[in-house]
Write a protein that binds this ligand. Structure first.
Ligand SMILES: Cc1ncc(COP(=O)(O)O)c(C=O)c1O
Length: 408
């Protein structure tokens, strides 16, 4: 008989590490089945911007479920309309009047690749299929998004399945121009970029000049510039969108994680009116769960909480404090190579195994996120819920220092 207390049976892949069973959460903490508390220094997978235990989000989802169930994605419902209006009227930049809902980050980025192709085909440019990605980068785990990204660890072994999309460095504007010329702009449909890299680069941040050059080249050649804001969106960097911190002018904005706040699987792809107009009559296909009513209702409540509690401003202020405390505690620690980030979105590049540090932190009651690929061999990310307090930041930083010291 299976031992019902043994959490290791949850692992899909035999031999994967065993994690504590989580039975709930509140604010910045997760509650374990054995009565312990874990400080959630990464808001799960950098998802829980509003923190945990928000019963009003559950109430909103419950009401949507209890009053109906499922409606074909193309038909409007009050929750879908309200969420669309909230995003267009209060969250998206001027000119982004069109939103396509999905069930998460990968579905959103994959849809954006499809959208770039559909846009070019609609304009009669059927030779344009390539979507340029950056090295390093991460855009999700569909076959399409793996091909557009450069995350060697997560791509390993799948290479024959991946389209040969061109790659440019994350930081070199001249190389970007060179690759566009070499590939021939008449074959390029889009350019996808995280405004600040997440899982692959642990907050690598390109110069303003880089974004000026990328934005200009994309405009010049009518290459759709896709901002992958799955991690950086919905306030994580201290502004609503990460790209707003740079001279970056996207045509498409992709979000996920923070929109559902971790409570519901939710994503959204927003396009400018010009891009959406080109798709008229294209029959852009939806997913079965595009605009799931409970997910829309819950996301609407997540946005309301962010606004009502002014959590993005709080993220900016607490992020400054986090940056100061991280540097005070970790500068000079022998394994630390670099500390970078903004808002509540920090990457710490290290010389020791990230998995060892993550496990050492977990043993001490702290969760931090493992990251890094290519030029960033080992890193961890610190990205707590926006409700984190000053005392909790001190606890986070102190525990992280102890964990790094324990590893080496
Ligand atoms: C920038 C970025 N894009 C896309 C994704 C994929 O999102 P999901 O895991 O929700 O499918 C992630 C996930 O970490 C991400 O960080």
């Amino acid at each position: 008989m299976t031992d019902t207390r043994d959490p290791s049976r949850y692992a899909f892949v035999p031999g994967a590490p065993t994690y504590p069973t989580i039975v709930g959460g509140h604010g910045s903490f997760l509650h374990t089945a054995d009565g312990g508390r874990i400080l959630d220094g990464a808001a799960g997978a950098i998802v829980g911007n509003i923190g945990w235990g928000r019963a009003e989000v559950a109430d909103a989802a419950r009401d949507a479920m209890a009053s109906g169930g499922y409606v074909v994605p193309l038909w409007p419902t009050p929750a879908r309309l309200e969420l669309r209006d909230a995003l267009v009227d209060r969250w998206l930049p001027e000119g982004f009047g069109h939103v396509f809902f999905t069930s998460g980050g990968s579905e959103s980025t994959d849809s954006a690749l499809r959208l770039a192709r559909a846009y070019q085909v609609a304009k009669g440019r059927t030779d344009r299929w390539k979507v340029i990605g950056r090295h390093p980068s991460y855009h999700g785990m569909t076959i399409g998004t793996m091909a557009a990204a450069s995350h060697t660890g997560r791509q390993a072994g799948y290479e024959p399945l991946l389209l040969p999309f061109p790659k440019v460095p994350w930081d070199d504007p001249e190389q970007v121009l060179k690759v566009i010329e070499q590939e021939d702009p008449a074959t390029i449909a889009g350019f996808i970029a995280e405004p600040i890299t997440g899982a692959a680069g642990a907050c690598l941040t390109a110069s303003d000049e880089y974004w000026r050059v990328v934005s200009h080249a994309c405009k010049e050649h009518d290459i759709l510039l896709i901002a992958d804001e799955v991690m950086t969106g919905y306030g994580r960097t201290g502004t609503v969108w990460g790209h707003q911190q740079f001279p970056m002018t996207p045509d498409v904005i992709v979000g996920g994680k923070g929109l559902g706040g971790g409570y519901v699987p939710m994503g959204a792809v927003a396009a400018t009116d010009e891009v959406a107009e080109a798709l008229r009559g294209s029959g852009f296909m939806y997913f079965t769960f595009t605009g799931n009513d409970a997910a829309c209702a819950a996301s609407l409540k997540v946005l309301e909480i962010l606004e009502r509690e002014q959590l993005i401003e709080r993220c900016r202020v607490m992020g400054e404090l986090l940056g100061v405390r991280l540097r005070e505690a970790l500068d000079g620690q022998s394994a630390v190579r670099d500390i970078r980030g903004r808002g509540l979105f920090y990457g710490i590049e290290i010389d020791v195994s990230r998995d060892a540090v993550v496990m050492a932190a977990l043993e001490r009651g702290l969760w931090v996120y493992p990251a890094g690929s290519g030029p960033v061999a080992n890193a961890i990310m610190v990205a707590p819920p926006f409700v984190i307090t000053e005392a909790e930041i001190d606890q986070l930083v102190g525990t992280l220092r102890e964990s790094l010291d324990a590893v080496g």
